[in-house]
Design a protein around this ligand. Sequence first.
Ligand code: F6P
Length: 342
Amino acid sequence: MKVAILSGGGDAPGINAVIRAVVRKAIQDYGYETVGVRDGWRGLVDGDFVPLDLMKTSGMLPRGGSILGTSRTNPFKQEGDPERILENARKMGIEAVVVIGGDDTLGVAHKMNELGLPCVGVPKTIDNDLACTDYTFGFQTAVSIACEALDRLHTTAESHHRVIILEVMGRYTGWIALEAGLAGGADAILIPEKPFKVDEVCEYIRRRQKRGRNFSLVVAAEGAKPLGGEEIVYSSGTDEFGNVRLGGVGYFLGREIEKKMNIETRVVVLGHLQRGGSPIAFDRVLASRYGVAAIDLVNEAKFGLMVALQGNKIVSVPLKDVVGKRKKVDLGLYEIAKVFFG
Ligand code: F6P
């Protein structure tokens, strides 16, 4: 059997670890042939493949990015592309595709599976916003990087008696902001699930000042929005899946705080630093478990499923139950983080 592997959407630390695991298990235990698809669904539309074997995937466990490249190509935006994918898979003799992606990429996997391309999904995104899984791989690495950034910002904020706002990614959920903020001792955490009031943030800063702490750290998820307002976008254009580019809430908040309070404020946008580079051990282990579980599903001819982590067990869930949903943050965890605000 020939199995193809593709990664689509924003990259996340651990993609190469998944590819390595799929290839290793597929060749060693099942005697399959493996082939990589370049740049997500774009590669299947264009028939752009690269052979994958044990040698090619050796040494990839700690490597960031995706050796296959990635893209946000949506074949359902272009007439004839889904048929092109089916035709290219047939020509290449591909009998199964392991699709590594977030909601958009796996949404395509679900539709292509229905059209007759046997697909198995692997949950990837630093945002951790996919339904039916406790964790997507890449998320914990992003949290660690944001936490380290907070530790570093702490000392400079303290020395200069400033407010520093760290803007992190996460799209329409606040997972990275919440977990990194809790781990990094943030004095306020703004998440999309809880629209914020600038006055409330200022109140936390004042409360600290009254305790003699004349500096504060605020973490703002890029999708956080003021109560009654909208998310702040960097540019209004959208990608092929209709996603806008979020960004700017940190600067908005910084300006508001300086207007309302007599305290110097700085803004740091962490950006793609939280997506690039090597995965932490947790994500290497999770990615390896996901990769092995995905090829096991292929071997059992169980398609239209996504591997998932539930209570530290690897399970499989129907792609149709995953796509189009958005896993919001655990508000119980937010209440815990709130104990440390101000
Ligand atoms: O979905 C992952 C993510 O990193 C989001 O957190 C962020 O909004 C977006 O991708 C950024 O995408 P791009 O790669 O287009 O800058």
